[in-house]
Design a protein around this ligand. Structure first.
Ligand code: FAD
Length: 395
């Protein structure tokens, strides 16, 4: 069975490794030349995911034991645990490790090539590869995978659009990597900090995450309603956040950013003939916390299972149906509540009433919840405990 995967982020690279492990002939293509460049993801993960996915120590930049929320009025709320709750990954190193693992398992890795769809039928698909200096070549395989993230390049080129009844929640994030010193880093280490409210940024949120060597990732994400354009630059709210946090004197080591998007009910078509989508391209990211690495990797594992079971002999129509059925079957009520909370929160966050509503919610959590419970709420979507309060907020 030959598989061509376009996009060597967490989902594409993980899928390539899983398939190569069982003897599939796998080609993995990415437009990036260097896996350490454009490390756009702030990459906070719960500890459980790091252990379950077997992520290596070398990709871990920091661990954290606390949550810190800066509410719309500027008040700071903290929740601490005695144990590690999660990690902040070095996204570049994670990608580097994944590429190395893929090679080690016999994957053919093609770096520095942009792929575009050429043909797709029930029997197979082909893409055109283009290097940055304009050289082109063609590649074909029995199965073609769109792992291009929120860009969804191949799905779009195949004419697969989002379902108008379940549109994408879309956003953009920018992040700067700052070099701080001992004094500057003190208020941000051992915790992940979020900034919520229109005074920080309307229709979105800001964050500061610790990294190794007194470095800090500082970012803002903007998720406006569908009828409002995503802005070209978020430099102004980001600089304001850096200034308000007293970090203006830090050296900026890197600037990066990226798009995030997902539908709430994942009801769009994610397969056509021999083409299947995985990871962010298949709306696996959770936009309540702007979090998708573990979901992208889980989505790769699920697709790998299906390809191993049916990819050799199954026909494309059955494969597409089974894939879509599997994705639908996992769609829990928690996932859709979390998507609806994301839409409600980010789309509506542009006025003082929304600020007050958010403030009440944070104060409620501040008095009732423990750090672990907050992790369960934001990472496991464990809403039961907050049922009525959240329902009121949603409505
Ligand atoms: C600012 C920001 C902060 C984030 N913070 C977090 C966080 O704290 N925690 C978390 O879990 N998630 C976070 N995410 C989300 C997370 O990074 C994504 O969900 C995850 O990376 C998705 O993995 P993926 O493999 O599906 O897609 P991607 O990581 O987007 O990988 C897609 C790959 O495809 C390549 N590609 C695209 N088009 C082509 C093409 N035509 N030809 C060849 N190659 C192509 C790209 O170069 C890229 O390497 C964040 C995202 C952003 C934007």
């Amino acid at each position: 069975m030959s598989v061509l995967i376009v996009g060597a982020g967490p989902s594409g690279a993980r899928l390539a490794i899983q398939l190569a492990r069982v003897g599939a002939e796998v080609t993995l293509v990415d437009r990036l030349v260097d896996p350490e460049r454009h490390a756009y993801s702030s990459a906070a993960l719960p500890l459980e995911a790091v252990l379950r996915l077997g992520l290596p120590d070398e990709a871990i930049a920091a661990t954290w034991q606390g949550w810190q929320l800066h509410d719309p009025s500027g008040l700071v709320h903290q929740w601490w645990s005695d144990d590690d709750l999660g990690v902040v990954l070095d996204f570049g190193r994670l990608r580097s490790w994944l590429w190395e693992e893929a090679r080690r398992h016999g994957v053919e890795l093609i770096q520095g090539c942009r792929a575009s769809l050429s043909t797709v039928t029930d029997e197979g698909a082909s893409v055109q590869l283009q290097t940055s200096d304009g050289q082109t070549s063609m590649r074909s395989a029995r199965w073609l995978i769109d792992a291009t993230g929120a860009r969804r390049d191949l799905l779009q080129q195949a004419g697969l659009r989002p379902n108008p009844k379940d549109p994408l929640l879309e956003g953009i994030g920018v992040e700067w990597l700052l070099q701080a010193d001992d004094r500057q880093v003190a208020a941000w280490r051992d915790r992940i900090s979020f900034f919520l409210g229109t005074a920080w940024i309307p229709h979105g949120y800001g964050w500061i995450f610790p990294m190794q060597g007194q470095r800090l990732k500082v970012g803002v994400c903007h998720l406006p309603p569908a009828d409002r354009p995503i802005p070209g630059s978020l430099a102004r709210p980001l600089k304001r956040l850096i200034q308000r946090c007293g970090l203006s004197a830090c050296t900026v080591l890197d600037r990066h950013g990226g798009r995030l998007s997902s539908s709430i009910y994942r009801s769009e078509l994610l397969a056509a003939g021999a083409l299947l989508a995985v990871g962010d391209a298949a709306s696996s990211a959770n936009l309540l916390g702007g979090e998708g690495i573990r979901h992208a990797m889980d989505s790769a594992d699920q697709l790998a299972d299906l390809l191993m079971a049916e990819g050799m002999h199954g026909d494309s129509t059955a494969m597409a149906r089974h894939y879509q059925e599997r994705l639908n079957a996992q769609q829990s009520w928690r996932w859709s509540v979390s998507g609806r909370l994301a839409r409600r929160t980010w789309w509506g966050l542009d006025n003082s009433r929304a600020d007050q509503r958010l403030q009440r919610l944070i104060h409620g959590l501040s008095t009732k919840a423990k750090a672990l419970a907050l992790s369960e709420l934001l990472f496991d979507y464990n809403f039961e405990r907050y049922g009525l309060r959240l329902l009121r907020y949603l409505l």
